[in-house]
Design a protein around this ligand. Structure first.
Ligand SMILES: [Zn+2]
Length: 208
């Protein structure tokens, strides 16, 4: 399980992504039913170009779930304007010792996931590209942060991806299911409400 204080991220590039939770509806009309969500990506292993392309994959996957991702440069003290909910994905060069066999990542809390670059590159050597697998692994782990540890028998949230899944991913067709899409949007809105309540209470305390 994830233990943040024991993770050493080295001197990798740190980025923040703000996940803006508005999206165009099926008819192209803006659907502003979802609050904004910030995702912080701590990269300690992926080449910048690889990460950028993988982020584009993750962005596309969430856009198909009607959630738009906007990536921003990380600032330690930065508060993502308008993004009260913040998640973290750490890209580690090697799987943690507690990682299960073949796991590409781990989500042991509701805010912080790990993605293991060595496992991803190993899978890519036989079944696809690092960019595609990394992008989908980040999307899968963000899915866990929002929906919990459960997996599904089909789609992006399968517990393990076989070669067919990787081929499907490469074609851009390894997705969240419709039910998962609705769950994602509901959880983002719920967390935004919770964060807004916390912020409101904090502001009230500061005025006293
Ligand atoms: Zn999983």
């Amino acid at each position: 399980m994830f233990q943040p204080k024991q993770i050493h991220l080295g001197s990798g590039v740190f980025l923040i992504a703000s996940l803006s939770c508005y999206a165009d509806g099926p008819d192209g009309a803006a659907a502003d039913s979802c609050a904004k969500l910030a995702v912080q990506v701590a990269n300690a292993g992926a080449p910048p170009a690889t990460l950028a392309q993988a982020q584009a994959e993750t962005t596309r996957i969430f856009r198909e779930a009607r959630i738009v991702i906007e990536w921003e440069e990380y600032r330690v003290s930065q508060r993502a304007a308008g993004c009260p909910v913040r998640l973290i994905v750490s890209i580690l060069p090697h799987a943690t010792v507690s990682a299960s066999d073949m796991a590409l990542g781990s989500s042991g809390s509701v805010v912080h996931s790990l993605v293991f670059l060595d496992r991803i590159e190993e899978l890519a050597r036989t079944s696809g590209s690092t960019v595609v697998i990394l992008g989908h692994a980040m999307a899968h782990e963000i899915g866990h942060l929002l929906m919990g540890p459960a997996h599904s028998e089909i789609g992006l949230m399968r517990p393990r991806w076989d070669r067919g899944d990787i081929k499907t991913a490469a074609r851009g067709r390894l997705r969240f299911t419709p039910a998962q899409t609705e769950a994602l949007r509901a959880r983002v809105a719920q967390r935004a409400d919770e964060a807004g309540l916390r912020a409101g209470r904090a502001a009230g305390m500061m005025k006293q």
